[in-house]
Design a protein around this ligand. Structure first.
Ligand code: ADP
Length: 256
């Protein structure tokens, strides 16, 4: 057992000091978010996103021909999602290549994305989403989903709405939004959520996982907290997409 796990069990790290989180945030406050759309020339759509100290990039290719061909579905597009952490993204070098954790994150994230992509419009084709974690500070799966959702829009993939994702943690018996590394590592529970949001309205939960334990009431509270946080992220995602198209239309107009 690594020393971090021992600390988690013994709970000897105080995460709420004088009613404040270690980074000074309020309990229902997100970390600062920065979103840049269309950062990669060779992808059909892309997005760079920072969520606190997390730095991630998403690249989307497609709809395009599926390889290997036998994976193609005659009635809808096949969506693939690859979550990967750079060796330099964490404190100790992360061994490159897929591991159990990244395979699990890729699967649940693909299922979340599939809830919004209009796959039925592209039979026999494939949509590939690659997300790369450049710097990790807890909540990377949520940051990557937020980036992937924007990159899909940037690629022009028809979508029913957006996916906006954030986690809630229980630390020192208190629920906190968007936990950072210390809260994730030493807290009592971590619950990542992703929502399918359309026209400023939450339609459904697209991802829900839980590490640790919370009571039924705490879960209800966590859900409300996550919904509020996800709506804030949704507005930022929309703003980032709009900002890109404003710049592009200005460039087109000045060329005329
Ligand atoms: P998420 O990043 O979605 O919160 P986890 O809860 O599994 O996923 O991981 C929490 C944090 O732990 C990560 O964001 C990262 O900072 C750290 N972490 C995850 N995997 C590793 C690893 N292999 N080596 C070092 N740190 C890691």
């Amino acid at each position: 057992m690594v020393s971090e796990d021992l600390n988690r069990l013994s709970g000897d790290i105080q995460l709420i000091v004088d009613g404040k989180r270690l980074d000074g945030r309020g309990f229902d406050e997100l970390r600062p978010i920065n979103i840049k759309v269309g950062v990669l020339k060779r992808a059909d759509g892309s997005c760079y996103l920072e969520m606190g100290k997390n730095k991630v990039v998403a690249a989307v290719y497609g709809p395009r021909e599926v390889h290997p061909r036998h994976l193609a579905d005659p009635v809808k597009a096949v969506v693939r999602y690859r979550y990967s952490m750079a060796p330099f993204s964490v404190e100790e070098r992360k061994r490159p290549g897929p591991d159990r954790r990244s395979i699990e994150i890729s699967k649940v994230s693909r299922e979340a994305i599939e809830a919004v992509v209009m796959k039925e419009l592209f039979p026999r084709s494939g949509i590939d989403v690659f997300v790369e974690v450049l710097q990790a500070d807890a909540g990377t799966r949520t940051a990557c989903l937020n980036a992937a959702s924007v990159a899909l829009v940037d690629a022009g993939v028809p979508m029913r709405g957006l996916i906006s994702s954030v986690a809630v943690a229980k630390v020192d018996d208190i629920l906190v939004l968007d936990p950072m590394k210390e809260e994730d590592n030493y807290g009592q529970a971590d619950i990542p959520f992703a929502f399918f949001i359309r026209n400023d309205k939450i339609e459904s939960i697209a991802l829900l996982q839980m590490d640790g334990r919370v009571s039924r009431d705490e879960f209800k509270q966590a859900l409300e907290m996550a919904k509020k946080g996800a709506m804030e992220i949704y507005q930022m995602q929309k703003e980032a997409i709009k900002a890109k198209y404003m710049i592009e239309s200005e460039e087109v107009n000045s060329d005329e």
